[in-house]
Design a protein around this ligand. Structure first.
Ligand SMILES: Cc1ncc(C[n+]2csc(CCOP(=O)(O)OP(=O)(O)O)c2C)c(N)n1
Ligand SMILES: [Mg+2]
Length: 583
């Protein structure tokens, strides 16, 4: 009780200096820069950071595995043009988040992986600290930039550099290493506040050179069979009205890459998706907008493009609108690079197009329209069939209707057949609504993307998942239930990877390597945490369950039972699989 005597004295003597510390400065620096959400998984040394961030009014979404938190951060970055934040513990937590950071960088999604780390002196002398690892060195080759902050007064600069690196130029993943010792470092609050930086113009516009724009327009104007390809860079740019105007004023047919679907509605008359295999080899001038000529476009050469051999050019001339000057000529010659941010480039092109732009020759437009008409009719026939058990088409015919009726809903998608069929069957109507496996075709993005879309996008989410794909992040159904998110997971369950009917070739007791437990009841996973589980064996059951999920906004998992023999090896990319049996 001695304290009662001295308390008034202390209060009188000690100047009431407000103090802050590393925890407070990290949170203040993020908030100062408009970052209001953290995706992460707590533990030493960042548990208090998560608690204090929530206490400071930030949204803190805790996951069951860091990779899913990282994927959530990455797609939040894509959706908002602000870096998504993923927070992890040291070594194993850091490594779990690293796959998502590398994937974000490959996809040009801005994110910052913030990981706590162990004591520098011990790590550097390799003396065997708790969770010892030189995280900065490991992260460096896998992301766009990597930084470490050792002193509380440098936190402001560290966060500012991380933000700029993530969103400026070509966006990507940034690693920020925060040793545990940093967090309790105390300093005067006012002095601390002065060290923080509110980043001015974090992603400065990059205006294309006027002569580059003219060169591109001249090439496009002279084309007999022009084609525009929109990539997810175009979706990221949030220049939706200008992109639509550019497509419509030039009258050029366009192909959306997977995550550019919905930039213009897929039902747009200039959309050439249903005639893709005709349009690519036949086109003479192709304008790429935020799309790279990587494997997803067969590197701009080979049979897909009308070349005779797999490495032969098809003779197309390319215009490439891209933020990175190094992108041009990466696979084939680019005749007209237009380098700048997609928004500025499209605005400049649009200004040059003006009013009286001549439409492409009618025979080209008619040829595409004819192919498209035939393929759409063929697809309609396939979709109308109603086999038992369901196949991908009869199930996705339902998803297609539900997405059409709910164009603001997000569609998350992963799997092989479950991915490829969904991409081609389910039309998108609005920009940045389709979120999928991206450049790497990576499995595991599903529940992380779904959580982020629900949290950041504040709209219902439909996640169409292969049964294998779902398994990579399936435990996050608990997260979905815990935060009561309007996520409807639809598992297209064909009992395995690609299909479920393979047998052990020597008849041994182990199942074949690509198959799972038959007739697994995935819906019970969702029920375990208080969500809604549905076992759907017909399109009618699937439709009813999806309608109800969207209406109620309750966490829902629909186990849609698909014919286990319905899929093909690797979906649509069988040709990339060494000595795959073509089934
Ligand atoms: C991280 C990762 N591991 C493995 C793969 C290889 N892979 C591609 S698709 C796929 C799963 C396909 O099965 P499923 O999701 O059930 O889709 P289905 O074709 O059966 O509809 C796998 C394992 C990958 N793409 N990414
Ligand atoms: Mg499957």
């Amino acid at each position: 009780m001695g304290g009662t005597v001295s308390e008034p004295q202390i209060a009188a003597e000690a100047k009431p200096t407000q103090m802050t510390d590393g925890f407070g400065l990290v949170i203040d620096a993020l908030k100062l820069n408009g970052i209001d959400t953290i995706f992460g998984l707590p533990g030493i040394p960042i548990s208090d950071l998560a608690r204090k961030a929530q206490a400071a009014g930030m949204r803190v979404i805790s996951f069951r595995h860091e990779q899913n938190a990282g994927n959530a951060a990455a797609i939040a970055g894509f959706m908002t043009q602000k870096p998504g934040i993923c927070l992890t513990v040291s070594a194993p937590g850091f490594l779990n988040g690293l796959t998502a950071l590398a994937n974000a960088t490959t996809n040009c999604f801005p994110m910052i992986l913030i990981s706590g780390s162990s004591e520098r002196e011990i790590v550097d002398l390799q003396q065997g600290d708790y969770e010892e690892m030189d995280q900065l060195a490991i992260a460096k080759p896998l992301c766009k930039a990597a930084y470490r902050v050792l002193h509380a007064e440098d936190i402001g600069v560290g966060i500012a550099r991380a933000i700029r690196a993530a969103v400026s130029g070509r966006p990507g993943g940034v690693y920020l290493d925060l040793p545990g010792r940093l967090f309790p470092q105390a300093m005067d609050a006012e002095a601390g506040r002065k060290t923080l930086i509110k980043v001015v113009d974090p992603a400065p516009r990059q205006i294309p050179a006027p002569d580059a724009v003219q060169r591109a327009l001249a090439l496009l104007k002279g084309a007999k069979r022009p084609l525009i390809i929109l990539g997810k860079g175009a979706a990221y740019a949030q220049a939706d009205a200008d992109i639509r105007a550019l497509v419509e004023r030039t009258g050029v047919p366009y192909l959306p890459m997977s995550m550019a679907k919905g930039l213009l509605p897929d039902t747009h008359e200039q959309c050439a998706s249903a005639a893709r295999s005709f349009a690519l080899p036949e086109a003479d001038v192709v304008m790429l907008v935020g799309a790279r000529l990587n494997w997803l476009l067969s590197h701009g050469k080979g049979k897909t493009w009308g070349g005779t051999g797999s490495k032969d050019w098809g003779g197309q001339r390319f215009i490439q609108v891209d933020i990175s000057p190094q992108e041009a000529d990466s696979n084939v010659r680019i005749d007209a690079p237009v380098i700048g941010d997609v928004g500025s480039c499209v605005a400049a092109l649009l200004a040059g197009v003006g009013a009286g732009w001549p439409k492409p020759p009618a025979d080209w437009l008619n040829a595409i329209a004819e192919r498209k008409g035939k393929n759409v009719a063929k697809m309609a026939e396939t979709l109308a069939r109603n086999p038992t058990p369901m196949n991908f088409h009869s199930a996705l015919n339902v998803v297609r209707d539900i997405v059409k009726a709910n164009p603001d809903a997000f569609l998350v998608n992963e799997g092989a057949n479950a991915l490829d069929f969904t991409r081609s069957i389910v039309d998108m109507y609005k920009p940045r609504k389709r979120l999928d496996v991206g450049t790497w075709g990576v499995m595991g993005i599903g529940m992380g993307f779904a959580v982020a879309a629900a949290v950041v996008g504040d709209q219902p989410v439909i996640a169409v998942e292969g049964d294998s794909a779902f398994g990579f992040s399936g435990m996050e159904v608990e997260t979905i239930c815990r935060y009561n998110l309007p996520v409807c997971v639809v598992i297209l369950n064909n009992n395995g990877v690609y299909r479920g009917d393979e047998k052990n070739p020597i008849g041994g007791r182990d199942p074949a390597p690509l198959v799972f437990v038959k007739d697994a009841r995935y819906e019970k996973l969702m029920e375990a945490f208080g969500g809604v589980g549905v076992h759907a064996t017909t399109p009618a059951e699937l439709r009813k369950a999806m309608d109800e999920a969207i209406r109620s906004r309750r966490p829902t998992l629909i186990n849609a039972v698909i014919d286990e023999g319905a899929g093909t090896e690797s979906g649509r990319i069988t040709n990339l699989n060494p000595s795959a049996k073509k089934k």
